[in-house]
Design a protein around this ligand. Structure first.
Ligand code: URA
Length: 269
């Protein structure tokens, strides 16, 4: 694939900042319409609140059932503080209702922040603006899900997170939260069958590569970049999280190199 940049991509890279060289809670039983009201104390620590077991049967759910399971999820304490779950967005309209969107690219982030919690959509805050610029620089567009470049084959992109609920104060995801949420991302990937996955940040890389890179939890992100990994046979390219790039402007050029690697792998499998 030629990585020659057209004027639009150059503009997007400029926008990206890349220089172009050259406890007791309401408990809802399945099928129960309204949550039972259980007395709680106003100062209750949400981490101690009662939750329900990890979702069962995600591996056989269709897209609509999976969305509903995420919306109803109470498998970790994050459910107590959320306004919305954030399932994901993007891709091209599926041919039939109930089918997953069509997405050649899957972008995996970490977890919703405040604005995502409010809107129920991934990457709508400042990091999301940078992600949009990165996607546009690659000829992708998550809002329409279709390629915006001239003459490019449709390359729908879907954006999802490791966690579907916001951790309080935007803290890092905890191991148990990641484990409880894991069946959702796994099933999303099974249903979407993307041709390539872009893992943004440490938590996305760890969630996707723990089976294939044994020491992934101890490796710095920089050591995971620059090569094409595999998640159940799907190529995975690791790059920096856009929120990090907003603070570390000097690493944007490295992120662009990662995107180039992903584009190369996508078009030259
Ligand atoms: N950061 C993420 O990793 N995901 C979002 O959806 C928003 C910010």
């Amino acid at each position: 694939m030629s990585l020659t940049l057209d004027s639009r991509q150059r503009a997007m890279l400029k926008e990206m900042g890349v220089k172009v060289w050259s406890r007791v809670v309401p408990v809802q039983a399945p099928g129960e319409r309204a949550a039972r009201t259980v007395r709680t104390t106003p100062t209750a620590d949400t981490s101690a609140m009662v939750v329900q077991p990890r979702v069962a049967g995600a591996e056989t759910m269709d897209w609509a059932a999976l969305q509903q399971a995420v919306a109803d999820c109470r498998a970790c304490a994050l459910c107590n503080g959320r306004k919305h779950t954030v399932f994901g967005m993007g891709g091209l309209e599926p041919p039939n209702a109930g089918r997953p969107p069509v997405a050649n690219w899957l972008i995996v982030g970490e977890a919703p922040g405040d604005q995502e919690d409010l809107s129920g959509l991934p990457f709508v805050g400042p990091a999301g603006q940078l992600l949009d610029s990165m996607l546009k620089a690659m000829g992708l567009d998550r809002k329409r899900g279709a390629a915006v470049g001239d003459g490019q084959a449709a390359q729908g992109s879907y954006i999802a997170n490791v966690l579907k609920c916001r951790p309080p104060s935007n803290r890092n995801p905890e191991g148990e939260e990641v484990a409880q949420c894991a069946p959702y991302l796994r099933r999303q990937i099974e249903l979407l069958q993307p041709r390539i996955i872009l893992a943004m940040g440490r938590f996305a890389a760890q969630a996707l590569l723990h089976d294939s890179v044994p020491d992934v939890h101890s490796l710095p992100l920089g050591k995971l970049r620059g090569q094409v990994h595999s998640y159940r046979g799907i190529p995975v390219v690791v790059t920096y999280h856009p929120a990090y790039l907003l603070r570390a402007l000097g690493d944007k050029a490295k992120a662009w190199a990662d995107l180039c690697l992903a584009m190369q792998r996508f078009s030259d499998p």
